[in-house]
Write a protein that binds this ligand. Structure first.
Ligand code: RTP
Ligand code: MG
Length: 139
């Protein structure tokens, strides 16, 4: 069944000029890019995007990081797109969790500046797509 997922190439990924590298991996995997935009997140969109982490010790630093410069927001589509992109990304910690061959394991070291975000469920994906691309919201 085809699925949609919301992906961010975080500000570290844009600053390190990995947009092409990361989108290349997405395309080689076979996922379709159905929306793509370079933008700088303001506090409001960042806080809503990461609302589930409010109250955690890393939350203020996470908002500061995500709003620190331009990022790329994208909607990807394909069979099992949510899990497929999470597999491409690798686990949250690029050293302890991400497996070699994944974006985070291959290209990142830091547990916060880990290059990409991908929705973790159908519900998150629909919420995040509505947030970043309101014209693509469903239901
Ligand atoms: P994401 O939401 O960005 O796709 O990453 P994720 O699902 O792999 O990880 P999640 O637990 O949702 O955490 C969101 C982002 O917060 C930063 N983080 N820092 N202990 C820490 O310092 C810490 N833990 C998480 C990372 O940027 C992580 O991707
Ligand atoms: Mg997450």
């Amino acid at each position: 069944m085809t699925e949609r997922t919301l992906v961010l190439i975080k500000p570290d990924g844009v600053a390190r000029r990995f947009v092409g590298e990361i989108l290349g991996r997405v395309e080689r995997k076979g996922l379709s890019i159905t929306a793509l935009e370079l933008k700088t997140a303001d506090e409001a969109i960042a806080a809503t995007h990461y609302a589930e982490h409010e109250g955690r010790p890393f939350y203020p630093g996470l908002l500061e990081f995500i709003t620190s410069g331009p990022l790329v927001a994208a909607v990807l589509e394909g069979p099992r797109a949510i899990a497929a992109f999470r597999q491409l990304a690798g686990g949250t910690d690029p050293v302890e969790k991400a497996v070699p061959g994944s974006i985070r394991a291959d290209l990142a070291l830091d547990g916060q500046q880990n290059l990409v975000h991908g929705s973790d469920s159908v519900e998150s994906a629909e919420r995040e797509i509505a947030l970043w691309f309101p014209h693509l919201a469903r239901g």
